[in-house]
Design a protein around this ligand. Structure first.
Ligand SMILES: Nc1ncnc2c1ncn2[C@@H]1O[C@H](COP(=O)(O)OP(=O)(O)OP(=O)(O)O)[C@@H](O)[C@H]1O
Length: 632
C-alpha cells in the first residue's frame, strides 16, 4: 500500500493551531503526555498478554525509552507496548476521541488568548506540536506483521504509509516510537539534565521504567518505576500524588480529596482514589460509567468496570488493585465476581466515610464538592445499597430559610412545633422557586421549604420517604398540612390569624361549586387553599398524582403524553376571590357573566407555573374585554 495523505478532523486542526501557537511557558508537559500514553500502551499489552502470552514474545520487559539526538535535533519517545494498526493510527491520531478534549476545544473557540489553560488541561498526543514542527510515529501492533509510519507537520493533514518501505524507517518490533523534530527554540529538550528533571517532575509515578538513552551510554532509569499505590504513604509527596492523579484521570485540576488505602483480611486490595476538584466533562454522560481503573496484582485490567464503584460515585478517579481476583478473568465476567462485589461495598463505605470526615473538617471545600457532584451523589439515594442513611447525611440543599447550603439535620433542627414533614418544592431555578405561590402559607408561618433543582430530585424523595422519621412532602402536592403547624410566635397575632385555616362562608362554597362546574374537565378539582396568603390561586398536584414539576419534565422529554388535570386552589382571603363569591351569592344570573373570570383564574395559575394559558387566544380576548369594561 502506498502512502496516503489524510486530513485531520476539524477539531484537531483547530486544537493544533492553538497548540502550535501557544506561548505556553510550561511546554515541558508534552513529555508528560507522551510518557503517559506510552505507559497506557504498556498496561494494555500486559493485559492482552494474560490471554495471549505470545504477544510478549522475546521481549517481556516493558519499558519506555527517551532518546535525544543532538545531531538530528530529534527527541524520540519509544515504548514496547501494544502499538497501533493502521486503522487505530488514523482514528487515534487524526481525531479527538476524548469528549473532554473536544468540549475543551469547542469552549476555547477562536480565543487564542486563553491558551494558558492548554498545558494544564493536557491535550494528549497533540501536545507534541508545542515543541516540534514535525512529528513521526512508527508503530507496530503487538502480534502484527506490518508496521506503520505516520508523519505530520501539524498543519491540517498527516500521511500514513507502510513502515520500512520507500523513505520510511522501520517500525519497532512491537510498540510505538514517536520522533519529534524539535523547533529551533526548543532544543533544550535535547539536554539530558532537562529531560531528567521533566520526567522526575511529572512521570515519577509511572509504573514501567522510563529510561534515558544518550548516545552510546548505558540507559539510565529516570523514574522510581513501581506502582505508586504500592509505596508507603510516607514516601509519597503531594506533588507525586497529584501527578499520578493527572495521569490516571486525564485531568489537570487539583484533586479535592485523596484516599490511599490497603485492606488486608479476607479480601486483599489496595486503592488510590481521588475526588476531583473540578467537574469532569463526561460526568453527566447518560451511560453513567465509572472511570476507576481496576488492576489485579499490579496488572491493569480495565477502566470500564461496571461493578467496581457504584455509578453515584462515578466522579471518583484512580485505581483499585485486587490481590484475589483471577488475573485471567474477562472484563465482562469480572463485574459479577463475588470478590469484586465485596470490594465495591468496602470501597463505597470508605469513600462515604471520607466524605463525612471532609464535610466536618473542610465545610467550605465540601460545599464546592457538593456543587460539583451533589447531583450525582443524590442518585445513590434511590439505589438502596445500604448507604441511603449515610448519603442523606451528606446531602446539602438550598432552602427558603438560609443563604447557601443546609443539611437535613440542620433543617430538622429548625422545624416548627407541630411540623411533621420536611417540605420541598422542585423546579429548575432556586430563585424562581422562592417566588412560587405555593410557598406563601409556609412563609407566613415561618416554615422552611427545601428548594430542589436537580432533575434527580424528582425521583429520590419517593424512594427515600423519610429522614429521621420525618417524611418528605412536596408543597405542590396534596394537602398542605399547614394547619397543624403553629404559627411563628414572633410575627404577632395578625400574622397568626392570616395563616389560619380560611373560614369558608356560604359565598366561598358557592364560588367553589361554580368553579368546579365551569372548569369541569380542565382541572381535577377546585379547593380552598391553606398555602396561599397573597396570590389568588395556584395549581397543585393531587395526592397520589405526579408532582407538578415531574409531570412537566416527563412531558418535555416525551415520556408523558398529557399532564393529568391538577387541582386549582383558591385563596378565600384574596379580594378577587371574595368579590367573585359575593357576586355569585347575590344571584341574578351572575354565573354566566362571571364565566370568563373562572378561566382567567385558571390561566393565571398556569402562568404562575410558567405554562401558557389553556387557550391563549381566548385568554387574550377575555383580558381585552375586561380591560375595556374597566376603562369604559
Ligand atoms: N504510545 C502509544 N501507543 C499506543 N497507542 C497510543 C500511543 N499514544 C497514543 N495512542 C493512542 O492514541 C490515542 C489518543 O492519544 P491522546 O494522547 O491524544 O489522547 P488520550 O491519551 O486518549 O487522552 P489525553 O488527551 O488525556 O492524553 C490514545 O487513546 C491511544 O489509543
Amino acid at each position: 500500500m502506498t502512502e496516503e495523505t489524510l486530513s485531520f478532523q476539524a477539531e484537531v486542526s483547530r486544537l493544533l493551531d492553538i497548540v502550535a501557537n501557544a506561548l505556553y511557558s510550561q511546554d515541558e508537559v508534552f513529555l508528560r503526555e507522551l510518557v503517559s500514553n506510552a505507559s497506557d500502551a504498556c498496561d494494555r499489552l500486559r493485559y492482552a498478554a494474560i490471554s495471549e502470552p505470545h504477544l510478549l514474545g522475546e521481549d517481556p520487559e516493558l519499558a519506555i525509552e527517551i532518546a535525544p539526538d543532538k545531531e538530528a535535533a530529534t527527541l524520540t519517545v519509544a515504548d514496547n507496548g501494544i502499538g497501533m494498526n493502521r486503522e487505530e493510527l488514523i482514528e487515534n491520531l487524526g481525531t479527538i476521541a476524548r469528549s473532554g478534549t473536544a468540549a475543551f476545544v469547542q469552549a476555547l473557540g477562536e480565543k487564542k488568548g486563553e491558551v494558558e489553560q492548554i498545558g494544564q488541561f493536557g491535550v494528549g498526543f497533540y501536545a507534541a506540536f508545542m515543541v516540534a514542527d514535525k512529528v513521526e510515529v512508527l508503530t507496530r501492533k503487538a502480534g502484527d506483521e506490518q508496521g506503520w509510519h505516520w508523519v505530520s507537520d501539524g498543519k491540517g493533514s498527516f500521511t500514513v504509509g507502510e513502515a520500512g518501505s520507500g523513505e520510511s524507517a522501520e517500525a519497532p518490533a512491537r510498540g510505538t516510537r514517536i520522533v519529534l523534530h524539535l523547533k529551533a527554540d526548543k532544543r533544550e529538550y535535547l539536554e539530558p539534565h532537562r529531560l531528567r528533571h521533566v520526567v522526575k517532575t511529572y512521570s515519577d509515578h509511572i509504573a514501567v521504567p522510563v529510561r534515558l538513552r544518550e548516545g552510546g551510554k548505558d540507559p539510565e532509569t529516570l523514574n522510581s518505576a513501581g506502582a505508586l499505590w504500592t509505596r508507603p504513604k510516607s514516601e509519597i509527596t503531594d506533588e507525586q500524588y497529584q501527578e499520578f492523579y493527572h495521569h490516571v484521570a486525564h485531568a489537570a485540576d487539583e484533586p479535592w480529596a485523596r484516599l490511599h488505602f490497603k485492606a488486608e483480611g479476607t479480601i486483599e486490595y489496595s486503592g488510590l482514589l481521588f475526588v476531583p476538584g473540578a467537574r469532569p466533562f463526561d460526568l453527566f454522560d447518560p451511560q453513567r460509567k465509572s472511570r476507576v481503573k481496576l488492576y489485579v496484582k499490579r496488572v491493569f485490567i480495565t477502566d470500564d468496570c461496571e461493578g467496581l464503584v457504584p455509578s453515584y460515585l462515578r466522579f471518583l478517579r484512580g485505581i483499585v488493585d485486587s490481590e484475589d481476583l483471577p488475573l485471567n478473568i474477562s472484563r465482562e465476567m469480572v463485574q459479577h465476581h463475588p470478590v469484586l462485589q465485596k470490594i465495591r461495598q468496602a470501597v463505597t463505605k470508605r469513600v462515604i466515610g471520607e466524605l463525612e470526615a471532609k464535610a466536618e473538617k473542610d465545610g467550605e471545600g465540601y460545599e464546592t464538592f457538593w456543587e460539583n457532584f451533589g447531583a450525582v451523589l443524590k442518585e445513590g439515594l434511590y439505589e438502596a445499597d445500604g448507604q441511603r442513611e449515610a448519603l442523606l447525611k451528606l446531602a446539602r440543599f438550598r432552602s427558603t430559610a438560609v443563604e447557601g447550603w443546609t443539611s437535613l439535620a440542620d433543617y430538622v433542627g429548625r422545624m416548627k412545633p407541630g411540623q411533621k414533614a420536611i417540605f420541598t418544592i422542585a423546579g429548575d431555578d432556586a430563585e424562581k422557586l422562592k417566588r412560587s405561590p405555593q410557598l406563601e402559607g409556609f412563609r407566613a408561618k415561618g416554615v422552611e421549604v427545601l428548594l430542589l433543582t436537580d432533575p434527580v430530585d424528582e425521583f429520590w424523595p419517593n424512594a427515600v420517604h423519610a429522614f429521621e422519621d420525618k417524611p418528605f412532602r412536596s408543597v405542590t402536592r396534596g394537602g398542605a398540612e399547614l394547619d397543624e403547624i403553629e404559627a411563628e410566635a414572633t410575627e404577632g397575632e395578625d400574622k397568626k390569624d392570616e395563616a389560619k385555616e380560611p373560614e369558608a362562608g356560604p359565598e366561598t362554597a358557592t364560588l367553589l361549586a361554580f368553579l368546579k362546574q365551569t372548569l369541569d374537565g380542565k382541572v381535577k378539582d377546585v379547593r380552598l387553599s391553606q398555602r396561599l396568603t397573597e396570590s389568588a390561586v395556584c395549581l397543585v398536584a393531587d395526592e397520589g398524582d405526579l408532582d407538578l414539576h415531574l409531570a412537566k419534565l416527563l412531558k418535555q422529554h416525551q415520556q408523558l403524553d398529557e399532564i393529568a388535570p391538577r387541582v386549582l386552589e383558591i385563596n378565600a382571603r384574596h379580594a378577587l376571590i371574595r368579590q367573585l363569591g359575593e357576586r355569585l351569592q347575590a344571584g341574578n344570573g351572575a354565573a354566566e357573566a362571571l364565566e370568563p373570570y373562572a378561566f382567567l383564574l385558571l390561566d393565571q395559575a398556569r402562568i404562575l407555573e410558567g405554562e401558557a394559558p389553556l387557550d391563549p387566544a381566548a385568554f387574550a380576548r377575555r383580558m381585552s374585554e375586561l380591560a375595556t369594561k374597566t376603562l369604559g
